[in-house]
Design a protein around this ligand. Sequence first.
Ligand code: WT7
Length: 650
Amino acid sequence: MSEALANLLNETRQFPPPAALAANANVKADAYAEAEADRLGFWERQARRLTWTKEWDQVLDWSNPPFAKWFVGGQLNVAYNCLDRHVEAGLGDRVAIHWEGEPGDTRTITYAELHRLTCQAANALTDLGVVAGDRVAIYLPMVPEAAVAMLACARIGATHSVVFGGFSAESLTNRIQDASAKVVITADGGFRRGKPSALKPTVDEALANCPSIEHVLVVRRTGEEVAWSEKDRWWHETVETASTVHTAQPFDAEHPLFILYTSGTTARPKGILHTTGGYLTQTAYTTHAVFDLKPETDVYWCTADIGWVTGHSYIVYGPLANGATQVMYEGTPDTPHKGRFWEIVDRYGVTILYTAPTLIRTMMKWGEDIPAQHDLSSLRLLGSVGEPINPEAWIWYRQHVGRGELPIVDTWWQTETGAMMISPLPGVTEAKPGSAMTPLPGISADVVDDQGQSVPNGGGGYLVLREPWPSMLRTIWGDDNRFIETYWSRFEGMYFAGDGAKRDDDGHIWLLGRVDDVMLVSGHNISTTEVESALVSHPSVAEAAVVGATDPTTGQAIVAFAIPRGTVDASGEAGEQLIADLRNHVARTLGPIAKPRQIMLVPELPKTRSGKIMRRLLRDVAEHRSLGDVTTLQDSSVMELISSGMGGGK
Ligand code: WT7
């Protein structure tokens, strides 16, 4: 890691914006000075991009930090802003979504149609007894109904909680229970890697422990047989038969819009709460500014899943609030062939592509001749999100996807920040490969040392946010104390992002990954504790420790060390079998994304005298490095035992 880091920080290349883009850019360099001079006035002007039924009395109420209120007293409806107002402006025939299923089936959905569908879903949810303030869980594949379901909740003031379709029944149960959701919206399944992948059975299993759920709405996608209970209703019989007339009611700017769970350092996921006016203001503004989106001519494509915050902010709310035309794709990038993404770019004339470093690295591995076989000339801007993008991947992306000339916006943000925070502006910034560069206008990010002092140029430390921002999380659902503890206690009066960062000699910001024990696997946050708990829940495991090891493809990969119980035969073939069982056990418990790349069966774990597992040393082992300082170890012979047993277990 330290070697990779040194390379990263030696990167000196810089790429100015293409002249034509710079000349026509939505946002020019003066935005920084404008926001600097009057931050709240700046955000107030951005809020005017939206249609409010009642104007706010106060831009920001920060009288009770860290509990912020933005646009206090203002009222608006999010779905109205994403749909009705475009239709009322005569844009009903504009395509909102070019949807493509993995098997190749397609749907073209205009703003008028998306509006109609959302009205029907709003009426159907109301008929099922859902009222403003209720929580609705959404567990869907990447089908248009996912966006419709979210917008319908927003329309009636119900708070949605989208759970990624790759999560297990247990994860779904936890999330439904935590928010006491009343309804689940799901599907029979979706298509992944060329075959149907069922979802409904997982919901059925989860609901055994979810008494709060009154109804289940089921979208028919795969047509596969599903079990049926009296709580279940088909979407096509409920939503698609409902009235298409629905008048959106305004809600308070601080009305809860959604909860999205993110893994923390403890096993219990955190329900990140986002509200209405500030969230929509910042997602709408950043879509306009960072993607330089021209809704009349651009075709935008964000390859994220709607189950992650990227899908919330940059598939649903930001683009639709701007009246964008976008592509939505159900499946994997290599089904039926490794050129699938580029085929989609060509077919729909995608102009703006937003994807993740893990995907770019995968594409690199597959070879540059694959994108070269497709016409990518429609592209004019590329984006990256989810983890630090290494300079090699950045350059490859620009060279082989961006014809060696397109700007790349490397956008740093989090589930908690709700919207982009640090990123180049494509018409302004001379981007450096691997750096997210500068805080966006109206955002005050800083890099501080252990004591909370700003580091000078050339220094490294922790990324913090010094001032509240409109789309900030408002709390952790049901746990204000945990909100304060997690984000606002590390440094006085600052938001602690949990990321290491460095400020280079020009003052540009480089993100260096998580400083706590959260692993970033293919852009997904997974906590070490969650995986450890899953391992220990297996009857053959006495104790487990998990680390994220640098991995060329997924960013980090999960490497686990497990101590078998005394009575368990863990030698030779039996050991191999146990390892295979454990990997599957974790995948079953937490979802396939959490399946460890490698599990090693070890006799002991390295612990400090106070009993804390020294993950640092395990990371050394996992990354095949010589061991760091072992003097704080309770028993220094432990590491020899572990290292010597390192051969097998792959
Ligand atoms: C963490 C947040 C933002 C949506 C997807 C992930 C890492 C995200 C970048 C970037 C370096 C990045 C950080 C952050 N991260 N974008 N451009 N450069 N690191 O959302 O699951 O809440 O994860 O992802 O470590 O804290 P998330």
